[in-house]
Design a protein around this ligand. Structure first.
Ligand code: IFM
Length: 441
């Protein structure tokens, strides 16, 4: 059972669920072009079981059923993403009318059900034709993304409640170009530094395009990790600061201070694209809200080898199916830190929060008590922030459906609705029913 009620949060507080296009739609349907995730998944060793998003949850063909789940669950808002390659199969130029129609129907379907559509333009599936041109390490991506923004928002921008250009800058740049865990699978510090800057530049251009279309309620979505040093040594403090720098402060600094953190740039500057400082006004233009995706904390220790000279260490607390330490206080600390240090007067939303759990259907039900505990603990920290007058205006659970968890494939189950990936049957879990009970009253 959920311990909190709607009445425990401010009157205008919204509850939502989040998903993303490639993780649920089924990318093989509807004339979508190939993406770098298809390429990445087709390369042995990159994704558990070599799985890809070709079918995923078949949301492309089951959209109405999924939107009914949102409505029956009592959700106020639904955060979805638009697939670049579905709308523009080559990334530029030709528009796939069927793809654009799909998002048009999605937005109307939400509005008909009384649910606010919260759009994210990019959630990681870069058209393969653009990856061929260097993808995020090519500065031209900002113009390609501006064109995509224009095409999508000319069609649905009049009806979406909110819009954000890019989901999780850190993952786009670092997971894909430094760690090689995500597409395009590079491990190259120069490509990483360029991607870190270009992903923000593309954000800026996209915001500019949407403002030009007269859109309001535009924001940015950052995934943040609460970072702590492994011990009291100076070396550990330095390592934690570096991790916090490339994970959190780089993006927050660019978006809200129009500057990257000086301590981080001592190491990163040689790899940055020429003239990057001239872009900071575009990157840091005014936003209407900031979204925080929060899952876990990281304990950081110093290590040898090339920059960033650190490693992360296992924490002592309980873990999710993916081994992520459960640390609800981190959400409160980050909301406070972002408000006090960066966003000041604009609203914050928890745009993603949730856990992977090894959920199974038994007698037609899924008893995911661990997820209910997780929700209770994290919602209590959000309430604490609201009580302290931090302007948190909404909470989105990740995710509505079990889905394609990128390089981890389909095993980790993040949904409040179970999906049988053979029959594609949806089974609402106990956490869905617990949320619905609270949200429908
Ligand atoms: O599944 C992802 C999502 O695509 C982005 N945020 C984190 C989630 C869980 O890993």
């Amino acid at each position: 059972m959920l311990e909190l009620k709607r009445g425990d949060f401010p009157r205008d507080f919204l509850f939502g669920a989040s998903t993303s296009s490639y993780q649920i739609e089924g990318h093989s349907f509807g004339g979508a072009g190939p993406t770098h995730w298809d390429t990445f998944a087709a390369t042995p060793g990159n994704v558990v079981g070599g799985q890809n998003g070709a079918i995923a949850c078949d949301h492309y063909n089951r959209m109405d059923e999924d939107l009914d789940l949102l409505k029956d669950g009592g959700f106020d808002v639904y955060r979805f993403s638009t697939s670049w390659a579905r709308v523009m199969p080559e990334g530029r130029g030709r528009v796939n009318a069927e793809g654009l129609d799909f998002y048009d129907r999605l937005v109307d379907g939400l509005l008909e059900r009384g649910i606010k559509p919260a759009a994210t333009l990019y959630h990681w599936e870069l058209p393969a034709a653009l990856a061929d041109l260097g993808g995020w390490s090519n500065r031209d991506i900002a113009s390609w993304f501006a064109e995509f923004t224009q095409v999508v928002m000319e069609r649905i921008g009049d009806r979406v409640w909110s819009a954000a250009p890019i989901n999780e800058f850190f993952c786009v740049a670092w997971m894909g170009h430094f760690l090689g865990h995500h597409a395009p699978g590079l491990r190259d510090v120069r490509a990483t530094a360029r991607a870190m800057h270009h992903v923000l530049l593309a954000h800026g251009r996209s915001i500019e395009v949407m403002r030009g279309l007269g859109m309001e309620n535009l924001g940015a979505v950052c995934n943040l990790e609460y970072t702590v040093p492994v011990d009291g040594s100076d070396a550990a403090a330095r390592a934690a600061r570096t991790y916090d720098g490339f994970y959190n402060r780089f993006y927050l600094g660019g978006l809200f201070n129009r500057a990257y953190p000086a301590d981080l740039m001592e190491d990163l500057d040689p790899h940055m694209p020429e003239g990057y400082r001239d872009d900071m006004d575009l990157i840091g233009q005014k936003l209407d809200w900031c979204g925080i995706n929060y899952y876990t904390r990281k304990i950081v220790a110093p290590a040898g080898g090339p920059w960033p000279h650190l490693e992360t260490v296992d924490g002592p607390l309980g873990k999710t199916q993916l081994g992520w330490e459960i640390y609800p206080d981190g959400l409160y600390h980050l909301l406070k830190r972002v408000h006090d240090g960066y966003t000041r007067d604009i609203p914050l939303y928890v745009t993603e929060n949730g856990m992977a759990n090894d959920d199974r259907v038994s007698n037609g039900a899924v008893d995911d008590k661990a997820r209910i505990d997780y929700l209770n603990a994290h919602l209590a920290r959000v309430k604490r922030a609201c009580d302290e007058k931090i302007p948190v205006k909404g909470y989105f659970t990740w995710s509505l459906l079990d889905n394609y968890e990128w390089n981890e494939g389909y095993d980790p189950r993040f949904g409040i609705v179970h999906v049988d990936f053979k029959s594609l049957k949806r089974t609402p879990k106990a956490s869905y029913h617990a949320l619905a009970k609270v949200l429908r009253t």
